[in-house]
Design a protein around this ligand. Structure first.
Ligand code: F0G
Length: 462
């Protein structure tokens, strides 16, 4: 345990602190979210970001190979040798020149950060390394999460590999892509399907983990977000430590955007960056709570004094109207994001913006990302669809340096891909037509041909 790390309420009017080995999902005093905070002046933090390059030569130490713990100096809540790793964070920032024309930006300055290359196929492994390390520190035997699929796949994998804890996962019925569900089942997680959606599962898992004393690894857990800061550290590392102009990220439960904001607040505080990138958070139009609250209702962080009455009214109207999240980007099919307040802080610090994108926009962007190589799942493509929209609006300049975060692997949701490319009429109906997606301009249609050599040759040559 680090003597220079503690938990701290993010509400500046409360700012109560708690020991690092306590377990809270919220501030016991005022109910706000908690941060992991550090006495930086008592810690030995590198003076320059390039100093982290010294760790590249220590890749035989598992924690230095980890793309999370390589930056342990910036997340030092547990001793390095106690930090849990399954090899997360070996991810790629690609200068995606082929996709830049679709977005409308200068190809030299457009980048995709492929977090789908993590061991369980999504960015969640960054955070799970953090949460698992804390869980180990407090001696947890079981860990739980509600999930749209990726958190549960990641939790199940960390449990199966490390045997430190047993996984209990909560999912909404029929709400999870099979690629993700298959992982949780294969890795042996106890899988509880709730009659409801993610928002219902999220509410229940908090009650159940409290009652049964199960360690919660959803992103209300501040140690999760410590791990996810490393996505930004790796983006900087791959840009030779020069911050980009924009980070564009899909928004669901708002853990990523919150952790990116915290990363930049701390890097700035430590004098490690001069320029702070702007964060653009992209909602699916069918799950657009953040977009509506921030862009329509002008909700702002306001030094921690954000308008809670407005938020309460928004949610009570949502309940009264029976509004449920609905999008093909099932990973971000979330209407009650648990990290809303932290996300407002991130938007405030980074002069961020929020946009919503349509199902059509998401699927077209996904097809273009796929055509550029590696690919991603639908939720991830919201980032590229959102960047395209912000360029069209003139908010992102054509020559600005833009990094879109691709949060999950293409193979997480193959049905969406196959439906778009027109392989299967039933899938097309379910995934596209029923959701109002009528055009597939970037479809790569399979060719059906009789089992006849001449006809096959003719089909290929035509
Ligand atoms: N992209 C993917 C692929 C995701 O799985 C998620 C969240 C998000 C984006 C949204 O990220 O919550 O940090 O804003 N998936 C969670 C899950 C909810 O259960 O796997 P966020």
């Amino acid at each position: 345990m680090s003597e220079h790390a503690f938990q701290e309420c993010i509400n500046p009017q409360c700012a109560k602190t708690y020991a690092i080995d306590e377990i809270h999902h919220a501030c016991p005093s005022c109910g706000e979210l908690l941060d992991v905070s550090y006495d930086w002046d008592k810690l030995n933090v590198p003076k320059n970001l390039s100093d982290f390059e010294k760790y590249w030569s220590e890749r035989n130490v598992p924690q230095r190979l980890s793309g999370v713990w390589r930056f342990h100096d910036l997340t030092p809540f547990a001793p390095l040798d106690q930090c849990v790793t399954v090899g997360e964070g070996q991810t790629l920032l690609q200068n995606a020149q082929g996709i830049a024309p679709f977005v409308g930006v200068n190809p030299a300055n457009f980048y995709l950060q492929y977090e789908g290359l993590n061991p369980s196929g999504s960015f969640k492994d960054n955070g799970m390394a953090g949460a698992f390390t804390h869980g180990k520190l407090v001696g947890a035997k079981r860990a739980a999460c509600a999930s749209t699929g990726n958190t549960s796949a990641s939790l199940a994998m960390y449990c199966a590999v490390t045997k430190l804890m047993k996984a209990v996962i909560f999912i909404g019925s029929g709400k999870i892509a099979y690629g993700k569900l298959s992982q949780a089942l294969d890795y042996g997680a106890k899988t509880v399907q709730i009659d409801g959606d993610f928002d219902d599962a999220m509410a229940r898992v908090q009650e159940v983990s409290k009652r049964l004393g199960i360690y919660l690894v959803n992103s209300v857990n501040p140690f999760r977000l410590e791990g996810q800061k490393s996505i930004m550290f790796r983006v900087l590392e791959q840009l030779r430590w020069n911050p980009p102009d924009w980070i564009v990220v899909p928004g669901g439960n708002l853990g990523n955007s919150s952790s990116f904001g915290k990363a930049f607040i701390e890097l700035r505080q430590l004098g490690l960056i001069k320029k702070v990138p702007r964060i653009a958070i992209i909602n699916a139009a069918g799950a657009n709570t953040l977009y509506r609250l921030v862009e329509k209702d002008s909700l702002r962080w306001n030094g921690g004094n954000y308008d809670k009455t407005l938020v309460r009214k928004f949610y009570s109207d949502m309940t009264a109207e029976g509004r449920r999240a609905s999008t093909i980007a099932s990973a971000i099919e979330i209407n009650r994001p648990v990290n809303l307040s932290k996300c407002l802080r991130a938007l405030d610090f980074t002069r961020g913006v929020v946009r919503e994108v349509s199902e059509q926009g998401i699927l077209d962007a996904k097809a273009q990302i796929g055509a550029g190589g590696f690919g991603c799942e639908p939720a991830s493509a919201a980032s590229v669809a959102g960047a395209k929209r912000l360029v069209a609006e003139g908010v992102i300049g054509r020559d600005e340096r833009v990094v879109c975060i691709l949060t999950g692997h293409q193979l997480k949701d193959p049905n969406a891909t196959v439906a778009y490319h027109g392989m299967d009429a039933e899938l097309y109906e379910k995934y596209l037509k029923n959701r109002g997606v009528t055009e597939t301009p970037y479809a790569n249609r399979p060719i059906s041909v009789a089992n006849d050599l001449d006809k096959i040759v003719a089909a290929i040559e035509n």
